[in-house]
Structures are given as structure tokens and as C-alpha cells.
Design a protein around this ligand. Structure first.
Ligand SMILES: [Zn+2]
Length: 190
């Protein structure tokens, strides 16, 4: 194995590992149970410009708020949800939220619409895992490119040596002697 093939193999293993990590990643998921008029809040530490995707699924209509620290405090102390970033109402809510700055953020899931209790599923993941899968795919493609390049180089090398250096007769790379002039094509020159 020449160094190019080893490099192709290492690149492939790295790419495959990235795809595996990205693909096996399971977004966190938790059941939420809400009596009428109640809510559950989930806190997240996010970096500036970090994006998270929140999904809330239910058979019933519910309301989801996204708030920063002060918006959350306002909602808890005053029962005033209007200072939250955004409000979503529905049975299936998918929110892609990008943090404007470093800090704590809250997802508040509320049952303000129904007279009966609501069961929901709250899940969240981050888009970083998709970038791992894409990066892994690109790395694997690169490894194929390196391998093809290495094979092309091998073919060129065989083509270059495809004639007997003594009489010029076309030869096969597996031959030991030239069939025309018996010139030794391989072996030790002493
Ligand atoms: Zn020859």
C-alpha cells in the first residue's frame, strides 16, 4: 500500500465516523403532561447564534412560548407572557430558534386552550449534527477522490514501464524476462 492509499483509507474512516456520530445522534425527547391552565418550562443555555430546533407534538392544541431570562421571569411573576420572543399555537409546533446572544432561554409549553389535560411530546436537537453528517459525506467523497487519483497514478506507472528497456518490445508487468531478448525485467541487479 502506498501513502496515497493509506491516506484515502484514513480519510474514509474519519468521514464514516463523522456520519455515524451525526446519524446515531438522537434528539432528546420527553413526555409533557399538562392540566388545564398549567405549563411546563424547559431551560437551555445557548451560545450567541447557536440554533436549536424545538418540536412539540400533541393530539390537542397547545401554546408554546420562547423567552429569554427576563421574559421568563415576567411570565412567572406577573403571569404576563407578552414579553416572550414568540408564541406558537397548534398541535404540531416546530421552532427553529437562534439565540441573539449567550444566555439562558426558556421554552414554555402551556395548556391555555383546552378544558382537559393534554399529553404532548417535547423534543429538541441542534443543527450541528446535520453539519457532522454533511462534513462526513464530503470527507468520504474526498477519500474516494484520493483513491481514484492513486489508481490513476498506478496505471500511468504501469503504462510507462510497459516496454522492454533493451529491445522495446511491449511487455506485461508480471513477466520476469522479456520473451524476445530474454532481458531480465525484474530481479536483483548485482
Ligand atoms: Zn527485450
Amino acid at each position: 500500500m502506498d501513502s496515497r492509499k493509506i491516506m484515502a483509507l484514513i480519510t474514509f474512516i474519519v468521514g464514516f465516523t463523522l456520519i455515524l456520530i451525526g446519524g446515531l445522534y438522537n434528539p432528546y425527547s420527553t413526555p409533557v403532561s399538562l392540566t388545564p391552565g398549567s405549563y411546563s418550562a424547559y431551560m437551555f443555555h445557548l451560545r450567541e447564534n447557536q440554533t436549536k430546533i424545538f418540536t412539540v407534538e400533541s393530539l390537542d392544541v397547545l401554546t408554546v412560548y420562547v423567552a429569554n431570562e427576563s421574559g421568563y421571569q415576567n411570565a412567572m411573576d406577573e403571569g404576563n407572557f407578552s414579553s416572550c420572543y414568540s408564541t406558537f399555537t397548534g398541535k404540531y409546533i416546530s421552532i427553529k430558534f437562534t439565540a441573539p446572544k449567550d444566555g439562558k432561554y426558556y421554552v414554555i409549553i402551556a395548556n391555555f386552550n383546552s378544558e382537559s389535560s393534554i399529553e404532548a411530546t417535547f423534543s429538541f436537537g441542534s443543527k450541528e449534527m446535520w453539519s457532522l453528517i454533511i462534513l462526513g459525506s464530503l470527507t468520504s467523497l474526498l477519500s474516494i477522490g484520493i483513491l481514484l487519483h492513486s489508481m490513476k497514478k498506478d496505471r500511468e506507472r504501469i503504462k510507462l514501464n510497459a516496454r522492454c528497456p533493451y529491445c522495446g518490445m511491449p511487455i506485461n508487468s508480471s513477466w520476469n524476462y522479456c520473451p524476445s531478448c530474454r532481458y531480465p525485467l525484474r530481479g536483483d541487479k548485482k
